[in-house]
Design a protein around this ligand. Structure first.
Ligand SMILES: *Cc1c(COP(=O)(O)O)cnc(C)c1O
Length: 366
């Protein structure tokens, strides 16, 4: 059976290094806010090129905390609007509504699956305070047109970088393209922890201070609370594991690119629409390799019968979720088409060449 993602194999690549470090942390007696976190934050900042990195409990918290900090700083307030792609994973949208801000959905580009930048301006109102871009499936979304919009309308760009660590636009890494970025290190992400973990990167010192306080019960000084904060920490064990795995992320992303290149070059079934391989390959880190076909359910069944596990990212668009009843009657036709037709193939840094070959052969026979 070819698994969608073999997490055990991915992590066993670094077995000795990780196990040695885990024993160190265990024996140190220090489990939160220690030297492992400090080291990972420094290395993550350096890796992305951003000045500051802040470890937090998970990716959703990272995005929530960025927006919450903008509210505490008076840059955003309840009822303000944040633009977000209509086909993103629900967490991007939850982070907005959880803060009393209003998500404004914009349709994606059918070729890149990322927010269609040319459709953003028509959704900007006097209440728009931010654009939450999502580098979906590992592909960067950014352009000069987007930069111009932020100047023209004085809005913040927040990156949801849960899926695209290591990707670059014009030599700048994701996490350092906008005003602030949220990362997820959920085990299945390109940089995955052994549990929940997340981070924020930014060049904004004031924002960093505010987020650090918010994530620590609203406090910068013990027992002195300036905000009604929360508890969102990245623990020493997760930080230690991430610090090790960060050293290998470029290598792992390169392996993903090789597999993606093979899929794009060798799948030749006219019923299957392949993802676009960007001209500049550094713009994609292939968190997910996603194909499209009108016969999606049939194809998934056929692959399963042939021992290939696939997933759907994602089966229900956010505006059709019960959680957002107020949007259920709206239509976002491109998102709906995507959600109906997409299928994610196995891709990972530990996938064998023979497995890739087998999947290509199966798809070409379908
Ligand atoms: C995984 C993910 C998140 C949430 O991250 P968690 O660590 O699971 O909270 C947010 N946005 C996107 C696009 C994601 O893929």
């Amino acid at each position: 059976m070819i698994k969608f993602l073999d997490l055990q194999k991915i992590n066993l690549e670094y077995q000795q290094e990780i196990e040695a470090k885990l024993i160190d942390v265990f024996r140190s007696g220090w489990y939160l806010m220690g030297k492992e976190l400090a080291s990972f934050e420094q290395n993550l900042a350096q890796y992305t090129g951003a000045k500051y990195a802040i470890g937090v409990a998970n990716g959703l918290d990272a995005l929530r905390l960025i927006l919450r900090a903008y509210i505490e700083l008076g840059i955003m307030s309840t009822g303000d609007e944040i633009i977000v792609p209509s086909n993103t994973y629900i967490a991007s949208i939850l982070a907005i509504s959880d803060n009393g801000l209003v998500p404004v959905l914009v349709e994606p580009d059918i070729n890149t699956y990322n927010i269609n930048i040319s459709k953003i301006e028509e959704k900007i109102t006097s209440k728009t305070k931010g654009i939450l871009i999502v580098h979906l499936y590992g592909r960067v979304v950014f352009s000069e047109e987007l930069q111009n919009l932020t100047q023209k309308y004085d809005v913040k760009i927040i990156e949801d970088n849960a899926q695209a660590i290591g990707a670059e636009w014009n030599g700048i890494k994701t996490g350092n393209l906008g005003d602030a970025a949220g990362f997820s290190f959920y085990p299945g992400k390109n940089l995955g922890a052994l549990g929940d973990a997340g981070a924020i990167t930014t060049n904004d010192e004031e924002l960093t201070k505010t987020i650090r306080a918010l994530a620590n019960y609203g406090s910068n000084t013990k027992y002195v609370n300036i905000y009604q904060g929360l508890n969102s920490r990245l623990d020493e064990i997760q930080a230690a594991v991430l610090d090790i795995k960060l050293k290998y992320i470029d290598e792992e992303n390169e392996t993903r690119r090789k597999i993606a290149r093979r899929y794009v070059d060798e799948i030749s079934n006219s019923n299957i629409i392949l993802p676009e391989n960007p001209e500049n390959e550094s713009e994609h880190v292939w968190h997910i390799f996603l194909i499209r076909t009108e016969k999606r359910d049939e194809l998934q069944k056929y692959l399963a019968e042939n021992n290939v596990q696939t997933l759907i990212h994602y089966p229900i668009p956010p505006h059709k979720q019960k959680a957002y009843k107020e949007w259920n009657t709206q239509s976002f036709t491109i998102s709906e088409k995507i959600h109906k037709e997409v299928l994610s193939l196995p891709i990972s840094p530990v996938m064998e060449n023979e497995a890739v070959t087998k999947i290509i052969e199966l798809l070409n026979k379908f």
